[in-house]
Design a protein around this ligand. Structure first.
Ligand code: ADP
Length: 449
């Protein structure tokens, strides 16, 4: 096992990894920008190294500085968390070239899944169901014929896509060329690559994703699904395990399709296969080759520490459980507590004057904030994740209401008031929502503040 791990990240996820390392007896190195010298991950790690100025490009994305920090401190492995360098194949390559270990999949698999066209073709060949669409890049000349074959509405997507950018819907032939040029312009600006492809636009799907773990001894298991349909601008807001829409048989079926596929691929580490789900059918949208923000809901229902497994797998250890040992117990919900206006989602950085976390049975709050902490304006606005677990979905909702009432984050605006409304909405209580539900709900609420 590793003796010392460097965490190339900040915020709650850096704490999450530090905690796993502590429990495994592994020493930790935090890295930070000058804006984060007072941050909790710096305080909690055994050692810390300043990487550079506040801008992410000069600090958390600064590969030479991160490698130098490993060399100075003697860390043997790097956990990238999520975001920042977590899906950067070049980073994984460089880490290897320096004789260090990247806690994640191989650079080749990151590269393969990072390009959406390649990813889609690869998983299709491995037997995973995909959304009908262009088999590869779509040109402006081919587009009209193809869209006619697929049937409107169609979705134009950037092959380098991420965060919902470079994605445009065309409802009819008249809208097609505008959607194509808009998607290209957005993709070029965001990713420096204007290659796009086309998919059938599903009208009322749910977003359901499968968490997997694969070790270097050929074993692949799945930890069931997460339903992340409640989204705003393609950003997840609330996640559940399991999905209110799936039964045990459907879970087993999609779980085994995915584990078989990743076994064939020879995948290593933690990963998530994201699907849209409509009328009982799954359609692959992308694979994330990293730990995800919403991983705690899967941990809650399986009792498996995903970060611990990531570290063990990277060190070459075999998972000491099989698919049969994984039992799904109860229901879990995560709410993303963002430092944002709850209805407009405008970022609200600033100083936290009062902070109180909820507690009690089945309540987990993963966060890096504290009373008196100033949330810097330079990074994403996730301030904490409230995760509740209970015997069933109804009890989980009641526990979530109770926990939301206890949670105090004063001094900044947060998304807490939105969740307080959501837990009382009949559609949410019934689990009856698609990926468009939240956007419509927010639009109907109108301007609130
Ligand atoms: P990104 O990497 O930019 O987040 P994804 O492919 O994961 O892109 O898609 C993000 C979101 O866009 C999905 O969660 C879903 O809400 C929507 N979406 C993607 N593909 C389709 C589709 N074919 N039909 C309808 N909605 C889609």
């Amino acid at each position: 096992m590793f003796e010392k791990v460097l965490i190339a990240n900040r915020g709650e996820i850096a704490l999450r990894v530090i905690r796993a390392c502590r429990e495994m007896g592994i020493a930790t190195v935090a890295v930070h920008s000058t804006a984060d010298s007072e941050a909790m991950h710096v305080r909690l790690a055994d050692e810390s190294v300043c990487l550079g100025p506040p801008s992410a490009a000069q600090s958390y994305l600064n590969i030479p500085a991160i490698i130098a920090a490993c060399e100075i401190t003697g860390a043997e492995a790097i956990h990238p968390g999520y975001g920042f360098l977590s899906e950067n194949a070049k980073f994984a390559d460089i880490i290897k070239e320096h004789g260090l270990t990247f806690i994640g999949p191989t650079a080749d698999h990151i590269r393969m899944m990072g390009d959406k066209i390649t990813a889609k073709q690869t998983v299709k060949e491995l037997g995973i169901p995909t959304v009908p669409g262009s088999d590869g890049e779509v040109t402006d000349t081919d587009a009209p014929k193809l869209a006619g074959e697929i049937g409107y509405p169609v979705l134009i997507k950037a092959t380098a896509g991420g965060g919902g950018r470079g994605m445009k819907v065309a409802k009819s032939a008249e809208e097609l060329s505008f959607a194509l040029s808009q998607a290209r312009t957005e993709a070029k600006a965001a990713f420096g690559n204007d290659t796009v492809y086309m998919e059938k636009y599903l009208q009322k799907p749910r977003h359901i994703e499968i968490q997997i773990l694969a070790d270097s001894h050929g074993k692949v298991v799945h930890l069931g699904e997460r339903d992340c349909s409640l989204q705003r601008r393609h950003q997840k807001v609330w996640e559940e395990a399991g999905s209110p829409a799936l039964n045990a048989q459907e879970r087993d079926e999609i779980g085994s399709i995915v584990t078989r596929a990743l076994e064939k691929l020879g995948y290593l580490g933690a990963g998530t296969i994201e699907f849209l789900y409509e009328d009982g059918r799954f359609y692959f949208i992308e694979m994330n080759t990293r730990l995800q923000v919403e991983h705690p809901v899967s941990e809650a229902i399986t009792g498996i520490d995903i970060v611990r497994e990531q570290i063990r797998i990277a060190a070459g250890a075999a998972m000491d459980f099989t698919q049969k040992d994984i039992v799904f117990e109860g229901h879990a919900i995560e709410c993303r507590i963002n430092a944002e206006n709850p209805f407009t989602f405008r970022p609200s950085p600033g100083t936290i004057t009062q902070f109180h976390t909820p507690g009690g049975l089945g309540v987990r709050f993963d966060s890096a904030i504290y009373s008196g902490y100033r949330i810097p304006p330079f990074y994403d606005s996730l301030a904490g994740k409230l995760v509740v677990h209970a015997k069933n979905r109804n009890e989980c909702l009641l526990r979530l209401r109770r926990a939301l009432n206890e949670l105090v984050v004063d001094g900044i605006e947060t998304t807490i008031p939105l969740f307080q409304k959501l837990v009382r909405e009949p559609d949410i209580i019934d689990g009856d929502y698609s990926i468009h539900w939240l956007e419509k709900y927010l639009a109907n609420l109108g301007p609130q503040s």
